[in-house]
Design a binder for this molecule. Sequence first.
Ligand code: HEM
Length: 476
Amino acid sequence: RRSNLPGPLSIPFFGVAVYMWRLKTTDIIDLIKGWYTAYGEIFEIEILGTSYVIVSEPELVEPVLTNSINITKGYIEYSFFRPMFDDGLIVSDGDKWRSRRKLLTPSFHIKILESSLQSISQNAEAHVSILLAYDGKPVKVDDIILITTLKILCETAMGVQLNTKDEKQNEYIKATKICLDGVVERYLRIWHYPEFIFRLCRAGKLFFKNVEITHNFDKQVIEQRKALFQAEKNGSQNNGHKKNDRRKAFLDLLLELEDSHPGLFTESDMMEEVDTFMIAGHHTTASAMTFAYFLLANHPDVQEKVYDEQIGIFGNDKRIPTIQDLNKMVYLEMVIKETLRLYPIIPLYSRLLNEDLQIDENRVIKAGKTVVVFTYGVHRSKKHWKNPDAFIPERFAPGTNRHSFSYIPFSAGPRNCIGHKYAMMVLKTLLSTVVRNCWLEPVTTSIVLEFGITLKPCGGLLVKVLPRDNTKASHS
Ligand code: HEM
């Protein structure tokens, strides 16, 4: 071994790649969990000459995520996203990342989020109607949720309404899944690392074909919004009025930049951010919703408490939630947080160290190594969470103390999730609408976790969805 940190035995240079090539995406979390159990809160592995230090306790995660110099993402693993996102916010680095982050942050301002609420609620209601149309028969909810979160994202962030009957959105969702799974598969098969080899393989051909499908879809989204943007601009120039003061979607901000800084913010700059936000913005919330359905269906007592809180806020009023209503949903928020603790949607993320990092009193991790935060391990740390595998929303009751880095589903520090507040708003609105109108009964009672960049239940999730009015009496 090249360092004094513990870790699995491995072949020089190839490292643990010898274990990886036969792994399935459902084995990854278990493999890392096994290493965590065997070697503890900090251990090291090597893959093709790259050294990865994996940390799984809040005390060790804190110096990694709060460091403002070490903001570069792990080199190999994030480079596999480049065909999809180019140099968009998730992948970019240094000054480019800093200036983009500054530019894009205002589009997630609370006022802008607030103005998205109506569109989110309308989609939530349509989502409920789709589920109830199954008439209590088992329904595979994950794909239905993905369509809902994609529509919400397109309407709220891109300002574009998707046509319900259009097959293109199903094709797009399928393509995004193939791409995300493709990144993980490539990571496991080291001979796919060089792009020219990957492009020649069947897996690579499938991956690049689907990347193209996602790019074409995103281009159409941009063109649709751009047409409206130009029409408004021309209209206001012709009649001398100020431009329509409607809500500025995320994409409007990018179009304004392109318009006001020709040559500085180009069409390809816009493309990389739209490609990034389109996928990051709907797969994550969809996985979180799927796990929430699973937990609520399998914990009727919790489901009932969420319902009681909703009735306390809305009574029998069918109105859509306001921001004030969302703020009152304290128990629902506890349920969402506990869902994301048990199932952190992005269970691993990494930093390539640009400079040495003092990780605790005695240990320094050398520049050039990659530190991986194993969120799944952090969230199930026995030191920080009592009975860590149990679903207990009360852990998040207001006023409860815990280490601030023991719960990091949205990461933390300078490279935390830019869509954190937006995601919580979407999740709260969707779940509030579902619980007020439906009773969820379990069909899938246990799940195998699959790592496809986002964590998801392998094979999807089946639940029975019954109308709430008819079932409340028997369940309360
Ligand atoms: C439950 C929902 C979500 C979860 C759990 C989540 C989680 C995360 C995590 C852990 C990171 C850090 C990743 C890393 O370090 O590589 C991240 C970054 C990011 N997320 Fe999210 N996310 C969610 C929803 C969203 C939404 C809705 C959007 C956009 C609308 C979004 C956009 C992004 C972007 C662009 C970054 C990169 C930020 C940067 O590096 O500056 N996410 N997210």
